[in-house]
Each structure stands twice: as C-alpha cells, then as structure tokens.
Design a protein around this ligand. Structure first.
Ligand code: UDP
Ligand code: MG
Length: 143
C-alpha cells in the first residue's frame, strides 16, 4: 500500500514500477480513503501502542493506493524492497531508504508474513476483485 504521503508526493508510479520490474504480478489495485474501521483492523496489533493515534491520523490523512502483488516469495521480497520501518535506517535502494526520512511518514505499508497478507487482503478487497491471469509464456519469465 502506498500511504498518503507517498500518494501526495506522486510516488505511486515509481512504486508500481519497482514491483513490476522485479517480476511480481499485479492482482488488484485501487485508490481509496480508508475508513477508520479498516485502519484499526489493518493495524490491530498496534492498537495499544503510543504511536497508534498518530498512525491512524496519518493513514486517514489522504487517499491510499492499495495493491495486491503475487510472485515467488512475494512477502519477503516486497519487505526487502520497502526497507526498514524507520526510513532513516532503511537501506539505500529500498523504497523507504530512497524516499523517506520519518518513521511516521514512511511512504509504504507491506504485510509482514503470508498469514498477515491473507488477513489484510481480506480487509480491503473482495475475492472477485483479485484478478487471476497468466502472462504470455510464463516459462520465459519464471523458472
Ligand atoms: N510507526 C510509527 N512509530 C513507531 C513504529 C511504527 O509511527 O515507532 C508506524 C509506521 O508508519 C509503521 C507502522 O506504524 O510503518 C506500522 O509499524 P510496524 O512496526 O508494523 O512497521 P512496518 O510493518 O510498517 O515496517
Ligand atoms: Mg507491520
């Protein structure tokens, strides 16, 4: 998900490009103002944390661009590509390392395990909204 700061800064295309160029396959995408209940549900594990009120205000501060990506080891690959939670510590070359500075304005969200990915996808997308398709001759693209 591109968070509101990433959307406002015009980074949607850059972020899609990185995942596309990596070879991941886009299954769904939409621009949306997230309602409070879905923000709370997505960040359920952080409800009691001191940063939660600020996090909720940040995520609800503008539209988010939500995406579902598929591919080999997709969760681990995407987490690597977005970089550490704190952009000041994220590796150069990662999205947060290249485009962020503040932990509370860290440009993107990504699920941290296949289990949380399934949970988070179900919060934001209908099953019918996930597009199942093949790329032309996948044997050229993938092992
Ligand atoms: N966050 C924050 N302050 C903190 C820790 C986290 O504002 O001290 C925000 C930040 O936007 C982060 C989100 O809460 O992306 C969720 O935190 P998590 O530890 O799950 O990091 P992530 O999975 O996004 O790397
Ligand atoms: Mg997290």
């Amino acid at each position: 998900m591109v968070k509101p700061d990433g959307v406002q800064r015009g980074l949607i295309g850059e972020i899609i490009s990185r995942f596309e160029a990596k070879g991941l396959k886009l299954a769904a995408a939409k621009l949306e103002h997230l309602p409070e209940e879905r923000v709370v549900e997505q960040y359920r594990e952080h409800l009691e944390k001191p940063f939660f009120p600020g996090l909720k205000a940040y995520i609800m501060g503008g539209p988010c661009f939500l995406m579902v990506w598929e591919g080999k080891e997709v969760v681990a690959v995407v987490r690597m590509m977005i970089g550490a939670t704190n952009p000041a510590e994220a590796a150069p070359g990662s999205i947060r390392g290249d485009f962020g500075l503040d932990i509370g304005r860290n440009v993107v969200h990504a699920s941290d395990s296949p289990t949380s990915a399934m949970r988070e996808i179900a919060i934001h997308f209908e099953p019918a909204g996930l597009i199942d398709y093949s790329k032309i001759d996948e044997s050229v693209l993938y092992e």
